[in-house]
Write a protein that binds this ligand. Structure first.
Ligand SMILES: Nc1ncnc2c1ncn2[C@@H]1O[C@H](COP(=O)(O)OP(=O)(O)O)[C@@H](O)[C@H]1O
Ligand SMILES: [Mg+2]
Length: 349
């Protein structure tokens, strides 16, 4: 649980500090005031990655060379300074390397309006959903993912060159196959774990008795090496690697139909919420401390029935940061400080 958070040259903020309560913390303000950026700062501080952007460079305030986030939980002072050339991560003023101890401190689940893309979007957000979760529970996951991406990038660069040679291409195959097989196995196991939790969360919040089924659909056959060899003609034609975990996906079925194609927007939102609640429950089961929940622009948008269902089924013991444009939707049961953002300053209401 974070008790305080400070930002410096972070997105639109030159400098900002806030004290945090253990349960709900509300941030309200018009669009563009910096609400999501505050949530992002908490995510970046605790996990060294953003819930909304794949890289950290865009976070640096325009015209500046670096950003810093710092904060405290009950036991520790955390600090992360970032510039494209150097990152410095400190725990109780001691620079950390390796980062294992630092990253063990907390986990984050992010709920946002864009989560509906998990259901109706391309496979990419679904892979990122798996990655965001897996990186937080398995220290081997991130290095495996990065190693696979490196091999894939090199291989694709070669395939895009004017005359790719088969022998050069084959030189990247062992790495692609080794890391890819590991990655695929980890993802398949993870989807198996998520599936019953997401189905249960879906039952609880949909209130309809409809069933949600998750099925991992790997981007390569079990014989990855064979599939890669078989795809050679096609990949030379398309100039990219066409089998492998970069094509992994999760099939989401509501009442046995693909939710992205057949479900209503309301049903799709419910599926997305169920996926995120499942994430939170995995952290609860796996770790000593509940995850920090970032709830961005959701409560003001959901209809009251689903909002109450969500409130009821979020882990009660987790700290929550909630953004909204107004507090008009608020009912009993979510007490906590309300901060209003105006002209880059926080005013306690
Ligand atoms: N690197 C940056 N430097 C300065 N301003 C930024 C940067 N990145 C985003 N912004 C600006 O920060 C503002 C706040 O963004 P955001 O946190 O998404 O607001 P909100 O969630 O309240 O709508 C936006 O106006 C955006 O243009
Ligand atoms: Mg926002």
């Amino acid at each position: 649980m974070l008790t305080e958070l400070q930002l410096r040259n972070f997105r639109c903020f030159e400098s900002l500090g806030v004290e945090l309560a253990p349960d709900f913390n509300f941030f309200i303000g018009r669009n563009g005031q910096g609400k999501t950026s505050i949530l992002e700062a908490a995510c970046v501080l605790l996990r060294l990655q953003s819930q909304r952007s794949a890289t950290l460079a865009p976070i640096i305030r325009f015209g500046q060379k670096s950003f810093a986030v710092s904060g405290r939980d009950k036991n520790h002072a955390l600090e992360f300074r970032y510039s494209p050339l150097r990152r410095k991560i400190s725990l109780d003023q001691v620079e950390q390397r390796p980062l294992d101890e630092y990253l063990r401190i907390a986990r984050v689940v992010s709920f946002a309006n864009t989560d509906i893309e998990l259901v109706r979007g391309s496979s990419e957000p679904r892979r990122r959903y798996l990655d965001f979760l897996a990186i937080q529970i398995d220290p081997v996951y991130r290095p495996t993912l990065r190693a696979y991406e490196r091999a894939l990038r090199s291989r694709n660069a070669l395939l895009k060159s004017p005359h790719p040679r088969s022998r050069e291409l084959a030189a990247y195959d062992p790495q692609l196959l080794e890391h890819g097989a590991k990655l695929g196995t980890m993802r398949a196991r993870l989807v198996e774990r998520i599936a019953p939790l997401a189905a249960a969360a879906h039952r609880e919040i949909s209130g309809t008795g409809e069933t949600l089924l998750l099925r991992f659909t790997p981007g390569n056959e079990a014989d990855f090496a064979g599939a890669l060899a078989d795809s050679r003609t096609e990949e030379l034609r398309l100039r990219q690697t066409i089998v492998g975990p970069h094509r992994d996906d999760i099939e989401l079925l509501v009442e046995a139909k693909v939710a992205g194609q057949y479900a209503s927007e309301g049903q799709q939102r419910t599926v997305a919420l169920a996926l995120k609640i499942a994430q939170a429950r995995i952290f609860l089961a796996e770790e000593e401390t509940p995850p920090l929940l970032l709830i961005d622009d959701i409560f003001g948008e959901l209809d009251p029935v689903r909002r109450n269902a969500l409130l009821e089924h979020l882990p009660a013991e987790a700290q929550k940061f909630v953004t909204a444009t107004t507090m008009q939707w608020r009912e009993d049961g979510c007490e906590g400080p309300v901060w209003e953002l105006r002209d880059r300053e926080l005013i306690r209401r």
